[in-house]
Design a protein around this ligand. Structure first.
Ligand SMILES: NC(=O)c1ccc[n+]([C@@H]2O[C@H](COP(=O)([O-])OP(=O)(O)OC[C@H]3O[C@@H](n4cnc5c(N)ncnc54)[C@H](OP(=O)(O)O)[C@@H]3O)[C@@H](O)[C@H]2O)c1
Length: 249
């Protein structure tokens, strides 16, 4: 797939990876629409060259409205990149059920809302790409990362199941799992994964993967495979490994 002339909707595009994907897709000739809650930041990203639709991903009706506005003003959506994400640290001594629920709302329910907004038109046209940004934090459980990690594990599962239903109907589902990208969210997180890259490099890697119609986009490449192997670490030694990866530096 060539992104040139494609209609690309990036959800969670006011900063970080989503903003970089939007800019990169636009530079490759795509017609881009962007959504997040912070309008001034969206306007900065758009630079007057993208359709800006401020909305909260947890509001399913607002997501449907955005998809319909894009369809009418730009054209049928070819690609949706779901980058909206929230981080909340969990403390065993002060377990915050609201913070857990808020994380689930943005990362998991929000992903479902964005998918639900694009599916009817993509299914009717028998074409379209749904790409969701999950995380290696979903591969295993990390201390303080329980809320974020559970939602990212849920996204991995959701996207895999969706792919099995979508493929025979002509749709493409891509799972994006960056290891470490320097953004607002990663600086708030205690998860310290090696070989971090900047958001613009992540935007290029994601657009390359979308154009190559990859089912899975993982980067940086030198760490992607070793990170996947953490799934094989025996349960007994995992707590010590996880503690090392989340220890304050
Ligand atoms: N950075 C990493 O190392 C890394 C690694 C793996 C996966 N990821 C994933 O990559 C995605 C992007 O994160 P990032 O690192 O680029 O952090 P970021 O700069 O904080 O970006 C998060 C984006 O999500 C949007 N967002 C948050 N809550 C939202 C809501 N309720 N409704 C609509 N938009 C919402 C934010 O916009 P507003 O605040 O304006 O709404 C922002 O545009 C996330 O899903 C994250 O989990 C990041």
């Amino acid at each position: 797939m060539d992104l040139q002339h494609k209609v690309v909707w990036v959800v969670g595009a006011s900063s970080g990876i989503g903003a970089a994907v939007a800019r990169e897709a636009q530079a490759r000739g795509a017609r881009v629409a962007i959504t997040a809650r912070r309008k001034p930041e969206l306007d900065d990203v758009a630079g007057g060259a993208m359709l800006v639709l401020p909305a909260d991903v947890t509001d399913d009706a607002a997501m449907v409205d955005c998809a319909s506005t894009i369809e009418h003003r730009v054209g049928p959506i070819d690609v949706v990149v779901i980058a909206a994400g929230a981080w909340n640290s969990m403390d065993i001594a002060d377990w915050d059920t609201q913070a857990f629920a808020d994380t689930v709302q943005v990362n998991l329910i929000g992903t479902s809302n964005a998918i639900g907004a694009v599916l009817p038109s993509m299914l009717a046209r028998r074409t379209g790409t749904i790409a969701g940004i999950t995380s290696p934090a979903g591969y295993r459980g990390f201390p303080t990362v329980e809320a974020y990690g559970a939602t990212k594990a849920g996204m991995l599962n959701l996207l895999e199941g969706l792919r099995a239903q979508a493929q025979p109907r002509g749709l493409h589902v891509t799972t994006i799992a960056p290891t470490a990208v320097r953004t607002r969210l990663s600086s708030a997180s205690r998860l310290r994964l090696p070989f971090s890259i900047d958001a613009d490099s992540a935007g290029r890697a994601i657009c390359d993967g979308l154009e190559r119609e990859r089912l899975e986009i993982t980067f940086p490449s030198r760490i992607a495979l070793p990170i996947k192997l953490i799934r094989m670490t025996p349960v007994r030694i995992w707590p010590a490994v996880a503690e090392r990866l989340t220890r304050d530096r």
